[in-house]
Write a protein that binds this ligand. Structure first.
Ligand code: AHR
Length: 659
């Protein structure tokens, strides 16, 4: 990025003419605490079509015909009773009793050549890009007659063909057929059209279509643009698979990791708990196919250089729904799931679950260090269950850190009870959640300054400023929310001795199929963008440093919102740099003079600036980088930096340390 030298004199005649002067001091030589590499991470939940229809690049919805309505996502336009060719053919579902996970088969009967069509609508359509390659696969077996060939084509809303291929059917056994399509045009809402040549009966299953161009070129892998956005965050950890999705509305519908590993066709499809959770945002076609399962999450964490942090059910269904409880004397299978997961991630290849991992292509362990027990549980029943998990995991695996929950709210009766009990139990890390208005974030940057240092460490596991109200569909990822989060995060950083993990939530939203807003990253079938909140996270995460420093006013008071100014400072001992974060939430220019004490620094500083004059401003598909960092350079005179911070601005100063 082009760097511009802004002279001190220029600032004198512009910013310095207005606003308050803030004299700040940084003691560069005094490390107050180590910043954990896990400090800034990501929270993944399959909400808002984040997995199927999102990160997992499968383009066929209901590829295995296993949704509760097995033909959901599939259309037979010529088979309705008004159609001219209604007798051309028909598809029906056959249930195979031998399989519990992939029991449904689609049986297609072709009566004549008058044009039977089977269409898949994709996830709100299929995004195809001109000249890009797409890999098709399906399982098929002929039952009777002879269907010689199956044709596949991309079609747009007018039925125009945008790329085609076919497979020749041969043999009376189940076979996997593969082919490739090249898209002849770019289209956000394509569908896959399937036609048949010959007459007879044929069974189909696992009809699947992926772009060739996936993250790291993995066959049938993840959407490249979305993983790239995650990669650019340089996350310290990846929490998965949620969120409330872990708990399920009922225990039967909870997330069970063992059903998400092994061959994809053997993974058991489950309804997604967010499908009809919000009456105002119904998505009844929301299921979990688990192509993105626990192996893929661990692999993603590895790709991102992030610590994996799986969260498991503790035997309590979501307390906002049924709150169903497993009796304590029946908790064993849940505890065993946790123990087996550690073996799956870390165990030798001759162990039962280590072998499953190895057979999936990863003989080396994933080196998992953390496990979360329960998501947003509250009350005495959670504490009882936590004790049981803690004992069992602690006895077998002394090197695994358990993350406990203090419930869905950052204060109140449930929070106080859980924090108190978990402190007595010497819990290692507790997961706090706050979905609050932007002003809450501005007012709570001192939240952790007075926390008990002998209690558990803090994982700020889910947080996001809500512009309207929690779970309101009118919430926006606007600049006021992002800026307020930036201000609050100075408090996370200033307390890095206590706060060891933090993550914004939720992570992803499909613009055509979301349930919850705000979200860090928005995407549709063709493109994606980071919100202003994304760039706040990125600026912190990519300037996390290794050591916490103090930055204060001359009287020693930390910078926690005086004049709308917030600040924190860290140094990176590896790169020899100092990073100072400065946030001006006020509508006035703030003049800042910073004295850097006890270590010589370079005479230039890079300045990264995220700003908007308009607190309601948002990034969008049309203007994805409207609010994104701009880089400049300023002078450092004799270990002093003077700068003016525009209204509503988040700045990071990067300064080199001299030996
Ligand atoms: O992030 C959305 C939801 O908010 C999560 O699933 C849950 O943990 C929280 O209530």
């Amino acid at each position: 990025m082009k760097k511009i030298i802004i002279s001190f004199m220029l600032l004198v005649f512009t910013g310095f003419a207005y606003g308050q002067l803030n004299n700040l001091v940084v003691d560069v030589s005094n490390s107050k605490a180590k910043i954990q590499p896990t400090m800034y991470g990501i929270f993944f939940e399959d909400i808002n079509f984040a997995a199927d229809g999102g990160l997992y690049a499968e383009m066929i919805k209901n590829r295995g015909f296993e949704f509760e309505e097995p033909m959901m996502g599939w259309l037979q336009p010529n088979s309705n009773r008004h159609s001219m060719n209604k007798n051309s053919g028909i598809a029906s579902i056959i249930e195979e009793q031998s399989s519990t996970s992939n029991k449904n088969i689609c049986r297609v009967t072709i009566n004549n050549d008058t044009g039977y069509v089977l269409l898949n609508e994709g996830f709100r359509g299929m995004g195809i890009k001109k000249n890009a390659l797409y890999n098709l696969s399906l399982q098929a077996v002929e039952q009777s007659g002879h269907i010689r060939k199956i044709n596949f084509s991309f079609v747009n809303g007018d039925g125009k063909v945008l790329g085609k291929t076919s497979v020749i059917i041969n043999g009376k056994d189940w076979k996997i057929y593969t082919a490739q399509l090249t898209a002849t045009d770019t289209e956000a809402k394509a569908r896959l059209k399937i036609t048949f040549e010959g007459t007879g009966v044929i069974d189909l299953d696992m009809i699947s279509l992926f772009p060739e161009d996936t993250w790291m070129g993995r066959k049938n892998g993840l959407r490249k643009d979305l993983v790239q956005l995650l990669y650019n965050l340089e996350p310290g950890f990846l929490r998965f698979p949620g969120g409330c999705i872990v708990e399920g509305r009922t225990l039967a519908k909870r997330y069970q990791w063992k059903k998400t590993v092994g061959p994809v066709e053997e993974r058991t499809v489950l309804v997604n708990r967010w499908n009809t959770e919000f009456k105002h945002r119904l998505t009844p076609d929301y299921f979990q196919g688990f192509g993105l399962g626990f192996f893929e999450y661990f692999q993603l964490a590895e790709d991102l250089g992030a610590e994996p942090l799986p969260i498991l059910s503790c035997g309590m269904a979501c307390q906002f729904n049924t709150g169903e409880l497993v009796p304590l004397d029946q908790l064993d299978p849940y505890v065993q799931d946790a123990l087996d997961l550690i073996e799956f991630a870390n165990g030798p290849i001759d162990s039962r679950w280590g072998k499953v991992r190895s057979d999936m292509g990863h003989p080396e362990p994933f080196n998992m260090k953390y496990i979360g027990i329960g998501n947003e549980q509250w009350g005495p029943e959670y504490i009882k269950r936590h004790k049981i998990f803690e004992k069992a995991i602690g006895e077998k695996y002394t090197d695994i850190t358990i993350v406990a929950t203090v419930g869905p709210f950052p204060d109140g009766e449930h929070f106080d009870y859980a924090m108190n009990e978990l402190t007595k139990l010497n819990a290692e890390i507790v997961d706090e959640h706050y979905y609050r208005p932007p002003e809450w974030f501005r007012e709570n940057s001192t939240r952790y300054d007075s926390y008990d240092r002998t209690g558990p460490k803090i994982f700020a596991g889910e947080y996001a400023a809500q512009s309207v109200g929690i779970a309101s569909p009118d919430n926006k990822n606007n600049w006021e929310c992002a800026l307020s989060e930036a201000a609050f995060m100075t408090g996370l950083e200033r307390n890095a001795d206590l706060v060891v993990m933090t993550s914004y939530a939720p992570l992803f939203a499909n613009a055509d199929a979301w349930q919850w807003t705000p979200d860090l990253i928005w995407f549709n079938n063709l493109s994606s963008y980071g919100t202003a909140n994304y760039y706040v996270q990125k600026m912190y995460s990519t300037h996390r440093g290794t050591d916490l420093l103090s930055i204060s006013f001359e009287d020693g008071k930390p910078v926690t919102g005086q004049n709308g100014l917030y600040s924190s400072a860290v140094k990176d001992s590896d790169s020899g740099e100092l990073f100072i974060k400065l946030i001006n939430t006020s509508g006035k220019v703030q003049q800042v003079s910073i004295e850097l004490k006890n270590q010589k620094v370079t005479d230039k500083a890079d300045l990264l600036k995220l700003t908007s004059e308009n607190l309601s401003e948002v990034n969008s598909f049309d203007n994805p980088k409207k609010i994104s960092p701009i880089e400049n350079q300023i002078e450092v005179e004799n270990n002093h930096i003077k700068t003016a911070i525009d209204p509503y601005t988040f700045l990071i100063l990067k300064i080199g340390l001299k030996q």
